[in-house]
Design a protein around this ligand. Structure first.
Ligand code: ZN
Length: 456
């Protein structure tokens, strides 16, 4: 049977399988954790951290404002947002000292509070205002539908809210789509120019106008804009586009993005317009009072969807082979000892030189001591667990010839290949694998650019 991402994730120490036994406690890990929840283990913790860092950098360098919101909140916030009336069945609610709390199922209401505060405090704000959080949310999912990292009850969204006036909408949606394309293509090396990327545009049903929030004019205007933007991009990138009439949420039309990673299709990112929350929080009245603007929309968007889902989809599609930039152990150096002290010292010295050079380049590298007889077993263990992209073998012959024997994952052919290379070629190979990071490293942080007036 084909391994799923849970088996693979367990092997590579990304997560811990729920049916794994803790003998001494006479329980399974899953019994102690609860359904739909995951523990990110050693490999998983590192991958999670690196992915969080990449996503945070990506957004801050594009002018988003970073915020942080608590995991629990007074339910009054969700009463105002409306979630308590239409989303309550998915929320965890409890009481402390006669105060009713909910575990946060969505970050939007909190982000709106931050927007309101800035607006009232400075009475000056540049739109579109973009706010970003790696926001952890908890949602009830029936125990029968939870599945590994792909459907969980606790997850972290790469969540952003954009506050915007109608006249700026088209340019902004185009900007957001381009950001997403850069993130997928440049950072995660996923080719969107093939049939692998699909966009579903969910629209309202004109015959059921009474079921929607927002005016007919809002709906028609925004749907036209959204259609224009993807048609423009589709002709450039060859995306497949589907329109679903009557599939929109009651609060606004949306795009959903499906991506074929490997053999499977995944629903990942989403971009949704919202006519409802600006009304519920009286934002339209606020911007009218301060700026004389008579309408405001909110865009909800998550490019990857969630960190959990993205990692799960990747593990499952590529059988544990994560993108190089997310791989916990990128390079393994194996010293092949002979038993002869003098020779082994030379091997160690030669290995440490390359080990230190790679470490200085911030490559995640490990050094393992082995022998000729253990070699194939060690290689097998590495490839069935952490899957480093490059294994470097250093024995007597390599030292003598001043060369490296490598076994590496070729990202173009998607095969494991072997060759002997010189030090310089090894660095070139690694540089190629690290290319996705150029997109992040070449850009500077943009801090408070639109809020310079605070310091004037
Ligand atoms: Zn939202």
């Amino acid at each position: 049977m084909e391994k799923d991402h849970i088996d693979i994730g367990d092997e590579i120490d990304i997560l811990i399988k729920h049916d794994r036994r803790i003998e001494k406690l006479n329980r399974n890990f899953g019994d102690l954790l609860g359904k739909g929840l995951q523990l990110f283990s050693l490999g998983g913790g590192l991958t999670y951290y690196i992915l969080s860092q990449i996503l945070t950098d990506f957004h801050v360098k594009r002018g988003y404002y970073l915020v942080r919101t608590p995991l629990i909140t007074n339910t009054l916030l969700y009463q105002i947002s409306g979630h308590l009336s239409y989303y309550k069945q998915n929320m965890y609610i409890f009481n402390i000292e006669n105060e009713e709390f909910a575990i946060k199922p969505m970050n939007c209401p909190h982000h709106i509070l931050i927007f309101i505060n800035l607006l009232e405090k400075y009475r000056k704000i540049k739109l579109p205002f973009r706010i970003f959080e790696l926001g952890t949310v908890h949602r009830y999912e029936p125990s029968g539908s939870v599945y590994g990292l792909l459907r969980v009850r606790s997850f972290t969204q790469d969540d952003s809210h954009v506050f915007i006036t109608p006249n700026l909408l088209e340019k902004e949606i185009e900007n957001l789509m381009n950001e997403m394309i850069i993130l997928y293509e440049k950072v995660f090396n996923i080719n969107l120019r093939s049939s692998e990327f699909k966009i579903r545009l969910s629209l309202h049903d004109p015959n059921k106008m009474n079921e929607y929030s927002g005016s007919k004019e809002d709906w028609e205007y925004v749907e036209d804009v959204m259609r224009n933007v993807i048609n423009k991009l589709a002709s450039k990138y060859n995306f497949s586009i589907y329109e679903g009439i009557g599939e929109a949420a009651f609060y606004g039309p949306k795009y959903d993005f499906t991506l074929k990673i490997g053999e499977k299709e995944w629903q990942l990112g989403t971009m949704q317009l919202d006519f409802n929350l600006p009304r519920n929080f009286k934002l339209i009245e606020l911007v009218k009072d301060y700026f004389g603007i008579d309408n405001l929309y909110i865009i909800h968007r998550a490019y990857l969807g969630s960190i959990e889902r993205f990692i799960g989809a990747y593990l499952e599609s590529f059988k544990g082979r994560l993108p190089f930039v997310l791989t916990p152990i990128q390079v393994a150096i194996l010293d092949i000892f002979t038993g002869d002290k003098e020779k082994d010292n030379k091997i160690k010295e030669y290995a440490m030189k390359i080990y230190n050079n790679l470490k200085n380049k911030e490559i995640r590298v490990v050094n393992i001591e082995t022998t000729k007889t253990q070699l194939s077993n060690m290689t097998r263990i590495l490839e069935s667990t952490y899957k480093p992209y490059i294994i470097i073998y250093i024995g007597e012959k390599e030292v003598k010839d001043n060369i490296y024997s490598i076994r590496y994952y070729n990202i173009n052919s998607k095969n494991i290949e072997e060759k002997k290379i010189r030090e310089e070629e090894l660095y070139n190979l690694i540089e190629e694998l690290e290319k996705p990071l150029e997109e992040l490293n070449n850009k500077k942080y943009r801090l408070f650019e639109d809020f310079n007036f605070i310091f004037e």
